[in-house]
Write a protein of this length. Structure first.
Length: 249
């Protein structure tokens, strides 16, 4: 079971460090996290990364970057190298989030290049896919599998990854997508991935207004959650870890 928490650009460095210190204490005492039944991954903003890692030192908390560039070195002002992220101690790289696509104009081709950059540097892609508008399940599956195929187009072999199914229309809303919809689309994503790469062990987590109670509702249909603002309250975050423990145990 994978539980990811992204702070986007909501929290400043001090608040992020405080949250990470509290999360590390929770992780250190939580049996499911300590036993690796639940893997906890934090995605802080880049300026907060090193002090967040320091706050979690000695705990079973992994770190991911919210973005990376497709090249490792060169004249790319403001870009972030996957080589440097790996050197910092990141394990994951988030790629293809809907906000990166919408706000920064990232295309399928750019996402594919970033996936290759992550793999090249030993980072596990945390690949975000999802339909932009509420659609029937079959259309949502088609959209997601097309995004998945495009994102993996430049890979020459199967690779470990985590797929975050995040229907764009559910991000930032008061409620998550329905459990029935998520379960069907998740099955479709896994079937599409197996057909393309032969991989059957890639976890698919759900994101999109995920909150306490979401994981219990989804049950074994997903392999975890990708959390946003609802996890900024550490009490809610711990409650979600408890849900994950119940499902993974």
């Amino acid at each position: 079971m994978h539980i990811g928490v992204s702070f986007k650009m909501y929290l400043d460095r001090s608040r992020t460090r405080e949250w990470c210190a509290a999360a590390a204490a929770i992780a250190n005492r939580h049996p499911a996290v300590r036993s690796s039944a639940v893997e906890l991954i934090v995605f802080p903003s880049l300026p907060a990364m090193e002090r967040s890692m320091t706050a979690c030192a000695g705990s079973p908390v992994a770190f991911g970057a919210q973005d990376l560039f497709w090249a490792d070195r060169g004249a790319y002002t403001g870009a972030v190298s996957g080589a440097d992220l790996a050197d910092m101690g990141c394990t994951y790289a988030e790629i293809g989030h809907a906000e990166r696509r919408r706000v920064f104009g990232e295309t399928d081709a750019i996402v594919a290049k970033k996936v290759v950059a992550a793999v090249r540097n030993g980072l596990t892609p945390w690949l975000c896919i999802g339909e932009s508008e509420a659609r029937p399940v079959d259309q949502a599956i088609d959209c997601c599998t097309n995004q998945l195929a495009a994102a993996l187009a430049e890979l020459t072999r199967p690779t470990p990854m985590v797929i975050a199914y995040e229907p764009v229309w559910a991000i930032g809303q008061t409620e998550a997508a329905s459990a029935a919809h998520v379960a069907e689309v998740t099955r479709g994503i896994k079937a599409g991935l197996f057909e393309r790469t032969g991989q059957s062990d890639v976890p698919v987590v759900y994101g999109g207004s995920a909150a306490p109670g979401t994981l219990t509702e989804l049950g074994t249909a997903v392999d975890g959650l990708f959390l946003g603002r609802f996890a900024h309250d550490t009490a809610a975050f711990e409650a979600i870890l408890d849900e994950a423990a119940d499902l993974s145990g």
